[in-house]
Ligand binder design. Structure first.
Ligand code: MRU
Length: 365
């Protein structure tokens, strides 16, 4: 099994280069913040929870290289390097979440010598990675019952092990249902222009032996109309207080189509994707990337030279289109504002044992 991102015994960050999948499985080693920032910006690593872990590990790398003897100087530099990481991609709130959690960890250890704070930060980054995997398994456990036996499930982009530290959110639910013996098959939308669905989701599901059929994004309405899709499950990059969800461009279109055809539309995401500072989704920043991603593929031009192209890479799905949000703390149904806030008030999973307890004690679907 591949590792999306990990901290090496030599004190570097090793990540699977997702730009080269599925043709090649190549790992990249990052030794400083600049290398991690480059990996996030160029999408060698992508997916909201995965870039949250990358941000945290990037700050652990920063901590190793900061030459400061007092806490104040160390912390000021940690904040500055956090800004460098933060500026790489604007939509997924997990990035800011990971960076801020590391900065809080440093502040909590301010009484210790700097060398010990560095060790605490390295442990914290690894803990964030571990928690993400545990959280995804919890999402799977909560969500698997939402997939009926024999269902055909549509997913968009890649919300799998590659988009997280492991296991996945939307694909975690699919994996958990499959492991529990539910017969299912998946339609993977190719997800223009970066092709996360074609390159990554199809690859991941194939490796797990889960039946997957690739479609282009414009085939979904037709399949829904013919009764060939039973439900939709996607991930999320940021969820506002009222349950509005930013996710990969095209998600909103699928949600409207699903509602028009009376199909359930589920969002699977850890609570680290929740942004309680935003009342609704219109305030979520939407990243715009190089139009060249639209006019060419793999260096080959597919549109006429000189044509204008537009490339917003996320969209916002209003909460009224969402049947339920499957989190690492339980399944939330409308009204989302109270349900999400109640879950966010709960304590954080820190070990497999506490995860098991929380999965048992929280309402399951
Ligand atoms: O641009 P990307 O590939 O980083 O976008 C990823 C998505 O939109 C995913 O659906 C989202 O991050 C959820 S991943 C568990």
């Amino acid at each position: 099994m591949f590792q999306t991102i990990e901290w090496t015994p030599e004190g570097a960050v090793r990540l699977l280069d997702q730009r080269r999948l599925p043709a090649e499985e190549v790992y990249v080693e990052c030794r400083d913040v600049a290398a991690v920032a480059h990996a996030i910006r160029t999408m060698q690593i992508r997916g909201a929870p995965a870039i949250g872990v990358a941000g945290a590990m990037g700050l652990a790398l920063a901590a190793q290289t900061i030459r400061a003897t007092c806490f104040e100087a160390f912390y000021a530099e940690l904040l500055r390097q956090g800004e460098v990481l933060h500026r790489t991609r604007p939509t997924a709130v997990n990035l800011a979440w990971g960076i801020e959690r590391m900065q809080r960890c440093a502040a909590a250890h301010k009484a210790l010598p700097v060398a010990e704070i560095v060790q605490a930060l390295i442990r914290e980054a690894q803990q964030i990675r571990e928690e993400d995997i545990l959280g995804n398994r919890a999402i799977g456990a909560y969500g698997r019952g939402l997939i009926p036996d024999g269902a055909t499930v549509l997913t968009h982009c890649n919300a799998g092990a590659l988009a997280t530290a492991g296991y996945g959110t939307a694909l975690g639910v699919i994996r958990a249902a499959h492991a529990a013996g539910t017969r299912l098959s998946v339609w993977a939308g190719e997800t223009r222009p970066f092709l996360q669905g074609a390159r990554l989701t199809a690859w991941e599901l194939q490796q797990d032996g889960i039946a997957v059929t690739l479609i282009t994004d414009n085939m979904t309405g037709h399949l829904m109309q013919r009764g060939q899709i039973d439900l939709v499950i996607v991930g999320a990059d940021r969820i506002a207080r009222n349950g509005d969800v930013a996710n990969k461009i095209g998600t909103y279109t699928l949600a409207v189509l699903a509602q028009a055809h009376g199909l359930p539309f589920y969002v699977a995401a850890p609570l680290s994707t929740l942004d309680l500072s935003l009342g609704d989704g219109m305030a979520i920043p939407i990243e715009e990337r190089d139009p060249e991603e639209v006019t060419s593929w793999a260096g080959v031009r597919t549109a006429p030279v000189g044509v204008r192209a537009h490339n917003p890479v996320f969209d916002m799905t209003p909460h009224r289109y969402i049947t339920a949000i499957i989190t690492d703390r339980g399944v939330v149904r409308p009204p989302y504002d109270t349900g999400l806030a109640a879950l966010a008030g709960q304590s954080v999973v820190t070990s497999t044992a506490s995860l098991r307890d929380s999965v048992k004690s929280t309402h399951t679907p």
